[in-house]
Design a protein around this ligand. Structure first.
Ligand code: HEC
Length: 335
């Protein structure tokens, strides 16, 4: 028995070494071909499940986000955590970006775009990374609760999103997964600029709100349409997050971890909605347990009063437990 497992692990090690050898010794041309093929397939699927449609077509958006949140090629191309933001014509290292778990990017952000179905892979000399460029259009006429948060809190951001012409994925050379994704803003004409101004003027500062029917908004951040409506844990996800949100406020987390990014964090983690916090729950637990968060203005850990810390951890653990049950229920349905 022991001999067999030793042999097996030896064989696996050899296989991994062989793959590593092939990848390491790949010529630049072969690598470009491999990545182009990989992203031809990703783009073809995106063009099929999220094709160009009217920018307010809710049914098209629902089909797209359901497909991408599921077993899509895009999701398969996402690492455990990726970076997202607007291209600003500067090196990535000088560009503020937001960190996302795959659920959040595949379910809430990528589906806001419609895809032509093509990708062009090239080597970016400046970044020393391969990048895939995919022509897109943005769904700017959806209801406000279909966006992960009001992008219209900021004039430049809202104009940039709406005028987007392409997504650019910067790739890891070895497995081709997406390290950084950016959207490329286009031209904001006078008509669009006027609409942007009107939307920005109407923003009331709330990341989370309750609509006239008493529902929490943005509804997309409650896994609405991503998890099965029959999932019995769904209502508890909302209430468990609301309980946690009160403690996050108490712990001053919102001073920094919100879309306005008041402290100009270079690699921002968002916690202000259910979906955003769900993507980060393990790291919330880890950083609060370890006393790393919150921090002060200078980036030094700033200990929470013990009672506040204990309450925050209890609510975070409860939220984590509900999420675990909800995900297990989804996985069982899929089988
Ligand atoms: C004064 C600003 C500030 C406050 C307040 C703050 N954070 Fe952070 N947080 C940061 C910065 C900056 C980073 C990224 C770099 C770092 O780790 O210091 C970060 C990183 C994180 C991360 C990612 C950690 C990782 O593993 O890299 C989590 C999770 C987090 N914060 C949670 C919290 C929670 C929960 C609170 C409230 C209890 C909080 N933060 C309060 C500034 C802040």
């Amino acid at each position: 028995m022991l001999r067999k497992s030793v042999l097996l692990s030896g064989a696996i090690t050899l296989a991994i070494a062989a793959i590593a050898f092939v990848v390491l010794h790949e010529s630049p041309e072969a690598r470009l071909r491999r990545l182009q093929q990989q992203y031809d397939a990703v783009a073809a699927e995106l063009g099929t499940v999220c094709p160009y449609a009217a920018p307010g077509d809710q049914a098209a958006f629902d089909r797209c986000r359901h497909a991408l949140f599921g077993a899509s090629q895009l999701r398969a191309a996402l690492p455990e955590r990726m970076l997202w933001g607007r291209a600003r014509g500067k090196p990535l290292k000088d560009t503020p970006l937001t960190e996302f778990a795959p659920d959040v990017y595949a379910g809430l952000y990528a589906p806001l775009f419609m895809f032509e179905g093509r990708a062009e892979v090239a080597y970016d000399e400046g970044e020393r990374l391969y990048r895939a460029t995919l022509p897109v259009r943005f769904r700017n006429r959806l209801a406000p609760g279909q966006f992960p948060y009001p992008f219209w809190h900021d004039t430049t951001k809202w104009g940039a999103y709406q005028s987007a012409t392409a997504l650019v994925f910067y790739l890891r050379a070895n497995d081709g997964r997406i390290k950084v994704a950016q959207f490329q803003p286009g031209v904001v004409d006078a008509q669009l600029a006027a609409r942007v101004e009107a939307d920005v003027a109407a923003f009331d500062g709330q990341w989370l709100w309750t609509d006239a029917a008493g529902r929490t908004q943005p509804q997309v951040t409650l896994f609405d349409g991503l998890y099965d409506p029959a999932n019995p844990h769904l209502p508890r996800i909302d209430s468990a997050y609301r309980a946690l949100a009160l403690e996050l406020r108490e712990g001053e987390c919102n001073d920094c971890h919100v879309p306005r990014n008041p402290k100009k964090i270079e690699r921002l983690v968002l916690l202000q909605t259910t979906a955003h916090a769900a993507g980060e729950i393990k790291r919330i637990l880890h950083s609060v347990r370890g006393g790393d968060m919150p921090e002060d203005e200078d980036g030094h850990a700033k200990p929470l009063p013990p009672a506040v810390k204990a309450r925050l951890l209890a609510k975070a653990e409860a939220f984590d437990a509900v999420l675990t049950e909800a995900r297990a229920w989804e996985a069982a349905q899929a089988r």
